[in-house]
Design a protein around this ligand. Structure first.
Ligand SMILES: [Zn+2]
Ligand SMILES: [Zn+2]
Length: 169
């Protein structure tokens, strides 16, 4: 996403609010869907040779639940906070500042980085997702399958514990 900064004079601020198409092929937790529409909005503030971008990204991702393996909508909100400059002096002095031309700022990398940073640690379709039965594969949010552990004979249950203990050693 390119923002024209040519119109910014010495001390000035520019607002942006755009819908962009974005491709996220390498993000963890993501379903097979990789193309999204995101709303990107915020400001570019010019101060001397320094351009400070502050903004936000709203995007609804398709994630795969860690427990039940279903795909669900995850509304993600990411924060943009980045600096750009045309001045060699500033660029050498601070490696976090990105290089720009006098005419435009490219926010593509900034947007991708901010989305990666805002990804959740865990992907759950809902906080109390019951997950998937490991034996028959049923989605336990929707059905109660017949492999209910309570049906196991108590003597077999005892044997099962022994096997579990052995396998942990
Ligand atoms: Zn789930
Ligand atoms: Zn089952």
């Amino acid at each position: 996403m390119i923002i024209n900064i040519q119109t910014l004079t010495k001390q000035d601020i520019l607002e942006f609010d755009k819908e962009i198409q974005i491709s996220l092929p390498n993000l963890r937790l993501l379903s097979k869907v990789t193309d999204y529409t995101a709303r990107v909005y915020g400001t570019v503030e010019k101060s001397g040779e320094l351009y400070t971008v502050k903004g936000e990204v709203d995007i609804t991702l398709k994630l795969v639940c860690d427990r039940c393996m279903r795909t669900f909508d995850y509304p993600l909100h990411a924060i943009l906070d980045d600096q750009f400059s045309t001045s060699e002096e500033l660029l050498i002095g601070d490696e976090d500042i990105k290089r720009v031309t006098k005419s435009s700022v490219d926010l593509s990398d900034t947007i991708l980085e901010s989305i990666a940073m805002a990804m959740p640690m865990k992907s759950l379709c809902k906080e109390d997702c019951k997950g998937m039965c490991l034996e028959c594969g049923a989605n336990l949010n929707e059905v109660t399958c017949k492999c209910d552990k309570a049906d196991i004979d108590p003597r077999l249950e005892a044997l099962k514990d022994i096997f579990c203990l052995n396998s942990k050693e």
